[in-house]
Every structure is written in structure tokens, then in C-alpha cells.
Design a protein around this ligand. Structure first.
Ligand SMILES: Cc1cc2nc3c(=O)[nH]c(=O)nc-3n(C[C@H](O)[C@H](O)[C@H](O)COP(=O)(O)OP(=O)(O)OC[C@H]3O[C@@H](n4cnc5c(N)ncnc54)[C@H](O)[C@@H]3O)c2cc1C
Length: 811
């Protein structure tokens, strides 16, 4: 065993083997994989190993397509061919129109990644899979490239290629400890000796938290027991003379694929079970959990109905093994929060199909600092302080029970709710609030008109449409109040705070005390990393001169890590998170100034406190910091209050607002209003795949600045080629909003992708943002939106269709 290497990948399942191989492909060959037993002796060896293209975001579809391309290439390698049933085809079934609509949407989304699905009716499903019955079936989604692969051969093939490139693999080498040094390098302790390295990667499957604990981290990953069985030969399969397509059934929660001349049938039962919560036997190696077919009886019946041939055939093998889940069902692939030079590729619940793609995106991040797709949907930093293993287990059970039922827009499932609340949560609930969640925080979505009010899940405008319209009207004509909890607020103090931020932000941001500005942070490729409001607070009895850096709630760990990692040695900069300590009450509408003036001393006139000002004050007697910004496009104040005083501030504002008939409003009203104003949302419209020019943020870039991260890359593109441009669209449809990820077409060519869509209640237009090909970005350009299968026309309009000169914000 060598004593030093660049990267140590811990774990030799599909996650580790794929990462190792892709590191060599990206050019790093001095890399090592250590495995406690034999390769694939965790979950990988007994996987059903189905490989599909289906995903609910373009990043997921893209990475799965990479797996399929790679696996095909490996299977055709004359030196080491592996068994891969590529292109058997697969059908995701549906028995409701809403599911069919979803499949049409995901099919539209996949087109943008050059993946071609087909939505077919029940008869066509049965024609393609002659063993299924069509009772209560509406149809399904056909993936022509679906298939399955031999998991052990796949890992061997990846490792073989990695070794050929120079990588080394140490089997029977358990990692027993990890030490990080002052220069952020690591020593990996194993029972075969120590190994120094720059970077460690945790790819330990269900043992993720044993290795996590070695670096003081608890990853939000929990394991579930999962079962499938293998049948004896089924004569119809043998007679068919071709391989049966795969089936995934959200009606009865099972999947099935051909195995030899029989079937492999797997189940997602309601009475499902977590596994390993109290620790894992160190001798659980190449092992299975005891069979428990009684547990799957509920779904077995449904599988028999759908596949009557199953009633006639014997079962010769049952496999029950642990499978890892996270809080939202997607893996954690990327940097480990709060750590340097440490990455993970964990929580893979469909790791055989996805593993090729995950290893590819992770290796790009390790080697280059960023991947070719925006990887936020996989980023381990998307979960923050609330994300413990107990909460994960609750969400894992819920996810397992709904394995093939995708989330509809505006669907907020019930497990693990109330993870992050404020003192106002029950008070707002008593006033009828329906909640959404953002980074675990319960946020008001809208106010229900009556306690029994319920939404129909689907892709069309739902029952809340008119409720949101009324909330917007009240903000436009009068004044509204909205709690925004969990907003990411980082306090930056120290002599060098402005110099530090200047290096991170690509444009000019005011340094004047009492003023604030909006800035964009780029990565080293000049692509959008983050968006922040930067407010300069003067010294006061509440603290020294300081900057308040504010960004999206979801960015809490992401932005904290980026800021902390860019403080230079010797720089006088201190960074402290206030995210959990403060909550914002947003007061918005033409009467907002009057309400504020009647509960907070001081001159709040436009002259004394213009737009983009910040001031400390008291609301009633509650200490508050008022920031003059608006996401709604109306005159608005963000009132930041320490959580200990939040209720007092809320009561003072309610008292002041009563004479004006002030009403509550929620996130859905804000979403409508921000599209009307052309305001972008982090990780919906602001993505690492686009630079600020493509995103239409030219006015926020100052190439005259001496230095900022990403400047060289922006300048390096001497003749700037805009691959895409962000535009505002008016959609010619009243049925539903343009869903994120939907494709825009011209003559059956994909010319753009929707990033956000909502009805603009003030302009009475169906609005969307989209990245489109440059030739479609001019105002007036038209194209077709594939709106859940229905072609509707979409036209580029001027950005900010509501009050474009911001006169209402200035009040
Ligand atoms: C019954 C079943 C059916 C499935 N069917 C499918 C399917 O059809 N399609 C699909 O895509 N996915 C499927 N999956 C899921 C898929 O198999 C997993 O997502 C995948 O195998 C996980 O791979 P991994 O590399 O993350 O974990 P593992 O395969 O568990 O690998 C982790 C490795 O880390 C090693 N390790 C742990 N601790 C240490 C240590 N301290 N030092 C060194 N090494 C260590 C372990 O020994 C192990 O080899 C299925 C899973 C199950 C259980």
C-alpha cells in the first residue's frame, strides 16, 4: 500500500468504483480506492440493477443518460465485455389523468436532454408487454433505453479501467479513522496502515455514518429493507422470443423485469421497515436481511392482478437487502458541508442505474470545482441543521411508500413536518395558513379561505389560484404582511469585510453605511454561484460596523462554505450566521409606509429612507432592522427581528395594520409577483450552467473591477458566445403554469427550457422565465411550449412586465 496519494475513495460499491474511474477520466490518476471487504460486498452485489433514463429534473436525466452511454460502451469492450441488457424498454404505468399529465411533462423535460420518451395508452402498454392486464390502466411512459446490468461485472469493469489508468485498489482494508491536518489534507487510517491524501470521498453505502463519525459528521441517510423475488421460468416469456420490457407500477408499488426466462419482481410495501438504525453488525458483509414476504402481501396482490402469470409460477429466491434513502429521495453527491477537501457520494437508492452518472458529476466537482450540470438537486448542502438521521428515517419511510409516485407541483408531503418553526407558526396556522417548506422551515404558502380547503394535485392551476389572486390584489392596493423565516443572513465583521466581498462579487455594491445593494457571486468559470443582498450597518449598541449578507434560505450551508473558504490568511474578516436567530416580517403595499410609521419611530419618508436603505429601529418595543427592498414590486420593507422578539414585533405590526385592513400573504403570491417583476430565484433561474450575461444580469457585472472570482473566465471568452439567454415569456394558455424543465420547441427542435412559471395576477398574463437559444431571445420571438404534452404558443416579452421603472417600489 502506498503512503500518499491525491484522493482516497472509501467504499468499493458502484458509488466508489464509478468515482474512482471518473477521477482517472478527468485526468487524476494518482488515486486510491479502499474497501473493507471485497468489491461490491455492500448493497451492490444483490441489486436488481435496473438502469433507466427517467428523472424529474434535467440534471437527473442527464446523469442517467451518461450511465447508459457508459454502460453500453463497457458492455461492448472486447477485452472485458459485461452483461448489460440495454434497450429492453420500460413502462411506468398510470391509472390517473394527473399521472399521465406528469409523464407528458417529464417527457417534455427529457427532450431537452436529448432523451426520447413516449407516452402510450393502456392497449399499447399491453402490446409492448403481453403479460400485463389493462384493468384500471390509463397508460404509461415508455423509456426505450431501459434495461438491467450485472452489478459485479460493472464494478469490475470500472475498476479495471481505473487501474489501467494508474489508480490503485486496496481490498480487505477497512478504514478505521480519519485525521485532518492544519493544511486541510487528510490521513486515512486503515487496519493495513495509514494513507495520506489531499481529498477523501465517503462512498460507504449503508455504513456511511460509521465513516461520517470519523470526521464528526452525521449524514442525513437512513436505510430501508427492500425485497424482490425471482420466479421460475414463465412459458409465455420463453415463447415470446424477445425480452420483456421493465415495469414500474405506482398503482400497486412494484417493479418487474425479466431474469432468465422468469421475472424479478420487487416491492415497495406500506408496512416498510428501516434498517440499521441502532448500529450495523460489523460482520454484515455480502449479507442479506431475513426474507419477510408477509410484509409485502398488500402490494403482492396488486402485482398478481397486473401480471396474472405470476399466480401460476413458483418463486425460487427471495432477496431482502438494505437500501439507502435521504430526506428528499435524491442522493448526496458533492462537498460535505462544513468540511474542506471532503466529498460524499451516498444515499443512493437507485445507485446501479445512476451510479455511473453520479461518479461522473462528482469527479468533475473534485477535479474542476464544478460539474457540467448544475448539481444543486444532489448537493449535500441542501440539507442543514434539521437534517438528522431520525428525520431522515421518517422521510425515508414516506418516500419508500411512494417510490414511483412523483411529487406534483405544490405537493408538500406530511412526514417530518415542523422541523423548523418560529413562534408564529401556530399563530399563522390558526389564521388559516397552508404551509410549504423551504430548507426545513415551515413557510406560509397562502391563507386558506376555510379550514376544509384542499387542493387537487396536478399540473393545472389549482383551487388556490383565486385565493392567491386576492392576496396579490391586497398587496397591490393596500398592504400585506408575510413571514419569511430561514432567510439566509450572514453577519460579516472585520476591517477587511468590504475588500473580501469585493473579491467575491462580480459587480459594484455600495459600501456606504445605511445602504445596500444586490450582488452576484461567480465560480471560477464565471458562472453564477450565488446571489446576495449586501447591507452595510453602522456601528451601534447592537454591534460594530458590519455587513449583512442575505441570500436564499436554501443556500445557508452552500453560501457559508463558499464565504468561509475564500477568507485569505491574515484577512480581518469574521463570519457569523444569524439565519436561525432572526426572522423577517415583510410589509408590502402602498400603505406599508403608513403602517411602519405608526409602529416604529423615525422618519420613513422616501427621502429619509429611500429604496435600498437599511436602518436599526424598534417595532413597538421589539428591536428590528428594516431593509428597504422588495421582491413583490410594491413599496416594501423587510423587517428583521431577533426570534426572541418576533411575537412582540408581529403584534405591533398587526395593531398598526388593523386600521388599514392589512392581510397576510404567502409564498405563492410572492412567486406570482416576482415573475411580474423579472426577479430571479436562486437554483430555479440562477444556475451554474450560465454566466451573468446569459442570465441577463449584465448590469450587475463590472469588468473594470481589478479583481473578482470568475473575472478571468469571463474575459477569457474574448468573443463572448452566449449559449443561451434568459427571457421572459408570455404563455398562451390559461389551464396551468409552464412547469420548470418543460421544453420550448420550434419545428420539433428544442430551443429552450422553462426555469420558472406562474400566473401574473397584476398583469393578467401566464408568465415564465426560460433559457432559450440566442436566435429566440429577441422580444417578439415566438416558439411552442410543450405544456404537459399540449403545444401552446410562447412569446418573448420585455423583462419586468409590471411597473418596469420600479416607481411603485420607490413609493
Ligand atoms: C434489493 C435491492 C434492489 C435494488 N435494485 C436496484 C435497481 O434495480 N436499480 C438501481 O439502480 N438500484 C437498485 N438498488 C439500489 C442499489 O443497489 C444501491 O443504490 C447501490 O448498490 C448502492 O451502492 P453504494 O456503492 O452506494 O453502496 P454499497 O454497495 O453498499 O457499497 C459501499 C461499500 O463501502 C464499503 N465500506 C463501508 N465501510 C467501509 C470502511 N470503513 N472502509 C472501507 N470500506 C467500507 C462496503 O464494504 C461496501 O462495499 C437496489 C437495492 C436493493 C437492496
Amino acid at each position: 500500500m502506498k503512503s500518499r496519494t491525491k484522493v482516497v475513495v472509501i467504499g468499493g460499491g458502484i458509488a466508489g468504483c464509478s468515482t474512482l474511474y471518473h477521477l482517472t477520466r478527468e485526468g487524476w490518476t494518482d488515486v486510491v480506492l479502499v474497501e473493507r471487504n471485497e468489491l461490491t460486498s455492500g448493497t451492490t452485489w444483490h441489486s436488481a440493477a435496473q438502469v433507466t433514463n427517467f428523472g424529474t429534473s434535467q440534471t437527473m436525466i442527464g446523469l442517467k443518460s451518461h450511465s447508459i452511454r457508459l454502460y453500453k460502451e463497457l458492455s461492448e469492450d472486447p477485452e472485458f465485455p459485461i452483461n448489460y441488457h440495454h434497450g429492453d424498454g420500460g413502462i411506468r404505468l398510470a391509472n390517473t389523468e394527473a399521472q399521465m399529465q406528469g409523464y407528458r411533462h417529464f417527457s417534455s423535460m427529457a427532450r431537452g436532454m436529448d432523451v426520447h420518451f413516449e407516452v402510450i395508452d393502456a392497449e399499447e402498454c399491453a402490446r409492448r408487454h403481453p403479460l400485463i392486464s389493462t384493468g384500471d390502466l390509463l397508460g404509461g411512459l415508455w423509456d426505450p433505453l431501459d434495461g438491467d446490468i450485472d452489478p459485479a461485472q460493472l464494478c469490475q469493469a470500472l475498476v479495471r479501467r481505473a487501474r489501467k489508468a494508474g489508480a490503485e485498489v486496496y481490498r480487505n482494508t477497512p478504514v478505521t479513522g480519519l485525521s485532518q491536518h492544519r493544511d486541510d489534507t487528510w490521513t486515512v487510517h486503515t487496519d493495513q496502515g495509514d494513507l495520506d491524501c489531499d481529498i477523501v470521498v465517503n462512498a460507504c453505502g449503508y455504513r456511511v455514518n460509521e465513516v461520517g463519525a470519523m470526521m464528526g459528521v452525521q449524514h442525513p441517510v437512513a436505510s430501508m429493507e427492500h425485497q424482490y423475488f425471482l420466479t421460475d421460468e414463465i412459458p409465455q416469456i420463453k415463447e415470446a422470443g424477445y425480452r420483456m420490457p421493465l415495469i414500474r407500477c405506482p398503482i400497486s408499488d412494484f417493479y418487474c423485469r425479466q431474469e432468465k426466462n422468469g421475472l424479478l419482481v420487487g416491492f415497495y410495501e406500506q408496512a416498510c421497515k428501516t434498517w440499521g438504525m441502532d448500529g450495523i453488525d460489523p460482520n454484515f458483509v455480502n449479507a442479506l436481511c431475513p426474507d419477510d414476504l408477509d410484509r409485502v402481501m398488500d402490494v403482492l396482490e396488486g402485482a398478481f392482478e397486473r401480471l396474472p402469470a405470476l399466480r401460476e409460477v413458483g418463486v425460487h429466491t427471495v432477496i431482502n437487502g438494505p437500501i439507502t434513502y435521504t430526506i428528499d429521495g435524491l442522493p448526496l453527491v458533492g462537498p460535505i458541508p462544513g468540511k474542506r477537501n471532503a466529498y460524499c457520494i451516498i444515499g443512493l437508492r437507485a445507485g446501479l442505474g445512476e451510479g455511473g452518472g453520479h461518479g461522473w458529476l462528482l469527479a468533475q466537482q473534485i477535479v474542476h470545482g464544478e460539474a457540467c450540470y448544475d448539481t444543486w438537486v444532489l448537493d449535500p448542502r441542501r440539507f442543514t441543521g434539521h437534517a438528522n438521521v431520525e428525520l431522515t428515517a421518517l422521510k425515508a419511510v414516506e418516500d419508500y411508500q411512494n417510490e414511483f409516485r412523483f411529487h406534483f407541483p405544490n405537493e408538500h408531503r406530511s412526514a417530518g413536518r415542523l422541523a423548523k418553526t418560529t413562534v408564529l407558526t401556530p399563530i399563522l396556522a390558526a389564521q388559516g395558513a397552508a404551509f410549504t417548506t423551504v430548507n426545513g422551515w415551515e413557510r406560509v404558502d397562502y391563507i386558506k379561505p376555510d379550514p376544509a380547503f384542499q387542493l387537487t394535485l396536478g399540473f393545472d392551476f389549482d383551487e388556490a389560484h383565486s385565493v392567491v389572486a386576492a392576496e396579490v390584489r391586497n398587496v397591490q392596493e393596500n398592504v400585506g404582511l408575510c413571514e419569511v423565516n430561514g432567510f439566509n443572513r450572514i453577519e460579516i465583521t472585520g476591517r477587511d469585510r468590504h475588500r473580501f466581498l469585493d473579491r467575491l462579487i462580480c459587480g459594484f455594491v455600495s459600501k456606504r453605511e445605511g445602504r445596500l445593494g444586490l450582488g452576484y457571486l461567480l465560480n471560477h468559470f464565471g458562472m453564477i454561484k450565488s446571489e446576495a443582498t449586501v447591507a452595510n450597518l453602522p456601528a451601534s449598541d447592537r454591534g460594530p460596523e458590519r455587513v449583512w449578507y442575505g441570500s436564499a434560505a436554501a443556500s445557508e450551508y452552500h453560501d457559508r462554505d463558499w464565504l468561509e473558504q475564500h477568507v485569505e490568511p491574515g484577512e480581518d474578516v469574521q463570519i457569523q450566521s444569524l439565519t436561525e436567530a432572526q426572522t423577517i416580517l415583510v410589509l408590502a403595499g402602498p400603505n406599508a409606509r403608513k403602517v411602519l410609521s405608526s409602529c416604529a419611530r423615525g422618519d420613513w419618508s422616501a427621502k429619509a429612507f429611500p429604496w435600498l436603505s437599511v436602518r436599526e429601529c424598534f417595532v413597538g418595543f421589539a428591536p428590528a432592522t428594516v431593509v428597504g427592498v422588495s421582491f413583490s414590486g410594491e413599496l416594501a420593507y423587510e423587517i428583521h427581528v431577533p426570534n426572541t422578539s418576533l411575537y412582540a414585533a408581529y403584534l405591533a405590526l398587526q395593531d398598526a395594520g388593523r386600521p388599514f385592513g392589512m392581510q397576510l400573504f404567502g409564498a405563492r403570491a410572492v412567486e406570482s409577483m416576482r415573475l411580474e417583476k423579472g426577479f430571479l430565484h436562486w437554483k430555479a433561474d440562477l444556475l451554474t450552467e450560465f454566466d451573468p450575461f446569459e442570465t441577463g444580469l449584465d448590469r450587475f457585472v463590472n469588468l473594470e473591477k481589478e479583481i473578482f472570482i470568475g473575472k478571468d473566465a469571463l474575459l477569457g471568452r474574448a468573443v463572448r458566445v452566449r449559449a443561451k439567454g434568459l427571457v421572459t415569456l408570455e404563455i398562451d394558455a390559461t389551464r396551468g403554469p409552464a412547469p420548470s424543465g418543460a421544453s420550448l420547441m420550434c419545428d420539433s427542435r428544442v430551443v429552450g427550457t422553462i426555469t420558472s412559471g406562474a400566473w401574473g395576477h397584476r398583469v393578467q398574463k401566464n408568465l415564465a422565465f426560460a433559457f432559450v437559444d440566442p436566435e429566440f431571445s429577441a422580444i417578439g420571438s415566438s416558439m411552442q411550449l410543450n405544456l404537459c404534452g399540449e403545444p401552446v404558443s410562447a412569446r418573448v416579452i420585455a423583462p419586468c412586465p409590471y411597473d418596469p421603472d420600479h416607481s411603485r417600489i420607490r413609493g
